[in-house]
Design a binder for this molecule. Structure first.
Ligand code: NDP
Ligand code: 8X3
Length: 255
């Protein structure tokens, strides 16, 4: 479709990113999907092209690898350069430990992914927005950006950084007509906790027990709403929790 729109979603192999790619494809958008798990990217690409007849460009790289980010995103094929929306979604928490006991490797992986990866991808995509004279960056933050919770230490810090970077991008890119939105979800049942607890399914299940957490599709629908507002309207900062959650500290659980 000559006039179809293009969205680039990082971390599209699971959770929010996958749901966002599906939601936009279902609305006829062409999608660039990225992640480290190549097989999952391939499967999703087949599903989206087969299901919705849209174009899909799967790009396989680690957002922590600055060289790979620039190689993959710096020279997109000509017919993929008119990107309308970038969703900086790839991210993770690793561990939930006291400050004096947490793993330094986990801290570094979160900082490198959630902060540096977001910066690398943003800078690689900006030239396309600048050439077009418009664009929209949607950064996935967290309620962890708004409040630091016990044993959340560096994960919360990385999401505070996402909030600060979003504000900085909005200010510095204002004259280039680039919208910047930070979406801050609360607890959502994705692979997030399985990753955080390093494959411990029982620990992950405990996080979502006794209440109905957000689902990935909730965030995908909200992202679609945010991305399709009129050109002169920009949602800057959006906190979204399930009804049972008041903030990063308080969730009403039953049973
Ligand atoms: P998932 O674990 O389900 O998905 C995370 C995605 O990020 C995967 O596609 C993964 O792909 C990708 N990713 C992780 N590390 C890297 C990396 N180094 N390079 C490239 N891609 C990477 O989690 P969610 O969907 O829940 O998380 C998405 C975002 O939402 C994260 O930024 C998270 O912090 C945030 N968030 C999550 C909440 C929740 O409760 N679920 C709440 C608030 C915010 P792959 O492994 O294939 O590389
Ligand atoms: C994910 C939500 O509460 O685990 O960012 O920090 S939480």
């Amino acid at each position: 479709m000559a006039d179809s729109k293009i969205i680039l979603v990082t971390g599209a192999t699971a959770g929010f990113g996958k749901a966002i790619a599906e939601t936009f494809a279902a609305k006829g958008w062409d999608v660039i999907i990225t992640g480290r798990r190549q097989e999952r990217l391939k499967e999703l690409a087949q599903k989206l092209t087969g299901g919705y007849g849209v174009r899909v460009l799967p790009l396989h790289f680690d957002v922590r690898d600055k060289v790979a980010v620039n190689e993959q995103l710096g020279q997109l094929p000509d017919n993929w350069r008119e990107i309308d929306v970038l969703v900086n979604n790839a991210g993770l928490a690793l561990g939930r430990d006291l400050f004096d006991q947490a793993s330094m490797d986990d801290w570094e992986a979160m900082i490198d992914t959630n902060i540096k990866g977001l910066l690398y991808v943003s800078r690689a995509v900006l030239p396309y927005f600048e050439k077009r004279g418009e664009g929209h960056i949607i950064n996935i933050g967290s309620t962890a950006a708004k409040d630091v919770y016990p044993m959340g230490n560096v994960y919360c810090a990385t999401k505070s950084a996402v909030e600060a970077i979003s504000k900085a991008q909005r200010i510095d890119l204002l004259s280039k007509k680039i919208k910047v939105t930070a979406i801050h979800p609360g607890a959502a049942a994705t692979e997030f906790s399985l990753v955080r607890f390093k494959g411990d399914q029982a620990e992950s299940d405990k996080v979502y027990k006794g209440y109905q957490a957000l689902e990935a599709t909730d965030i995908a629908d909200i992202t679609y709403y945010v991305a399709t507002l009129p050109k002169h309207v920009c949602i800057n900062d959006l906190v979204v929790t399930c009804t049972a959650q008041a903030n990063a500290f308080f969730t009403h659980k039953e049973g």
